[in-house]
Write a protein that binds this ligand. Structure first.
Ligand code: PLP
Length: 408
């Protein structure tokens, strides 16, 4: 009999979104005439823009003819897409990255999980608390989590970096050793962004501890505040201690199309101080276990990085940011305390009257029909907060906001 993988078996139940769905179903059964207004989903809702859609249509047409058909491509990703990404980083962030340092993937969630495979089994992982769940779950699945404390939901071998009101939800580097540090800015779920100083502190920490930062920049196009870095490589010294994972999901609407990238620089050092090994191992990992992202999606990605594509994508981002502004205005008018919603599609709302995340979730749903995401599902520091998402059609956002104003 084959035994189960102990790492996977020790993953805590992922009950956040199923439980949200169960409570919404129960509400709908009780009040069939009421519409649930979902501000709980981190999924895009608006159409892919014309330039990108055209490029993908053209690719499909070329695949339908023998003389223009192509099969497997380069596992690292199409050279034209890696060149476009390299130009994009230089043009928009002033950062020079060799196109060979880009690895195209089917999205940043896979990269966030898979990247851990190139590090030693003993690695200590540090995560922000609250955090996007895949960082903790991939750590645990690979057997690096230690034991779960049921009362806090925390694992004994993971280093947690708290994001609280007192630090503006921007964690500081830990005061203990870690080997791999997951950072995500603009942050899901809190919507917080990190300034240059704050990121410099992490780069200094990584140099001191021979650690590697995995920087998740999935929401970088949502940043509007001047001076906030969009990429970890805008910080001096990051090239030899940081990996960056990026995505076309939230700026180009590729949540279903699937396309992302990882930057694993040749300059990145492993803990022996040598550059090149981690880059080589990631190349080996991808060419062994991955056959490349869809060529249709990659054509869309190239178009998304063209001048026209960029303009359209920023327009799409602007749509969700306007949603976030509308929600922010409503929360402010209700005197509620929240952060985010400016450089991010997410708002992080403090539950009023000392209510827990789930208590406030139930209260909001029953009073207003608005569903949000309980912050406690993202880590113990998320208790007492809920995440509000601005992904939705404008009409739905306006309906949700007027229900909040009338009924809360
Ligand atoms: N990183 C963060 C912080 C996210 O919130 C998400 C999706 O919600 C992802 C990565 C996943 O992106 P992708 O669709 O590229 O896998």
């Amino acid at each position: 009999m084959a035994g189960a993988n102990e790492g996977f078996a020790s993953l805590s139940e992922s009950y956040l979104f199923p439980e949200v769905a169960r409570r919404i179903r129960a509400f709908q059964e009780k009040y069939p005439e009421k519409r649930v207004l979902k501000l709980s989903i981190g999924n895009t809702t608006e159409a892919i823009t014309p330039t990108i859609a055209r490029a993908m249509e053209d690719k499909v047409r070329s695949l339908s003819r023998t003389d223009t058909y192509s099969g497997y491509g380069d596992e690292q990703g199409e050279s034209a897409l890696r060149t476009a990404l390299s130009r994009h980083y230089l043009k928009e962030y002033g950062v020079s990255i060799d196109e060979d340092d880009f690895f195209i993937s089917d999205g940043s969630k896979s990269d966030a999980a898979n990247i851990q495979q190139i590090f030693s089994n003993e690695s200590i992982v540090a995560v922000q608390d609250p955090a996007y769940p895949v960082y903790v779950d991939s750590t645990v699945a690979l057997g690096r989590g230690g034991t779960l404390d049921q009362s806090t939901g925390r694992y004994s071998r993971i280093v947690y970096m708290p994001g609280k009101r007192g630090n503006g939800f921007v964690a500081s580097p830990p005061d203990v050793h870690a080997d791999i540090i997951f950072l995500c800015f603009p942050n899901n779920p809190t919507g917080a962004v990190a300034g240059r100083r704050e990121l410099e502190a992490f780069v200094e920490y990584a140099h001191r501890e021979n650690a590697v930062i995995v920087f998740d920049s999935a929401y970088s196009d949502y940043i509007e505040t001047e001076g906030i870095p969009h990429s970890i490589y805008q910080i001096d010294g990051a090239m030899d201690c940081a990996i960056e994972i990026g995505s076309f999901s939230k700026n180009a609407g590729f949540t279903g199309v699937r396309l992302g990238w990882a930057v694993v620089p040749k300059a990145l050092k492993s803990d022996d101080g040598k550059a090149g090994l981690l880059h080589k191992l990631w190349l080996r990992r991808q060419s062994t276990f991955f056959n490349g992202a869809s060529n249709i999606a990659q054509s869309g990605g190239i178009a998304a990085l063209s001048d026209e594509g960029r303009m359209e994508c920023l327009g799409l981002v602007g749509y969700y940011k306007e949603n976030a502004r509308i929600i922010s205005e409503a929360l402010s008018s209700l005197g509620l305390s929240f952060t985010g919603g400016k450089d991010s599609p997410y708002l992080w709302l403090e539950c009023p009257d000392g209510l827990s995340s789930w208590e406030f979730f139930d209260h909001l749903l029953s009073k207003t029909g608005v569903a949000v995401t309980p912050g406690s599902g993202f880590g113990s520091c998320g208790e007492g907060y809920v995440r509000i998402s601005s992904y939705g059609h404008r009409s739905d956002i306006l309906e949700a906001v007027s229900s909040l104003k009338e009924n809360l």
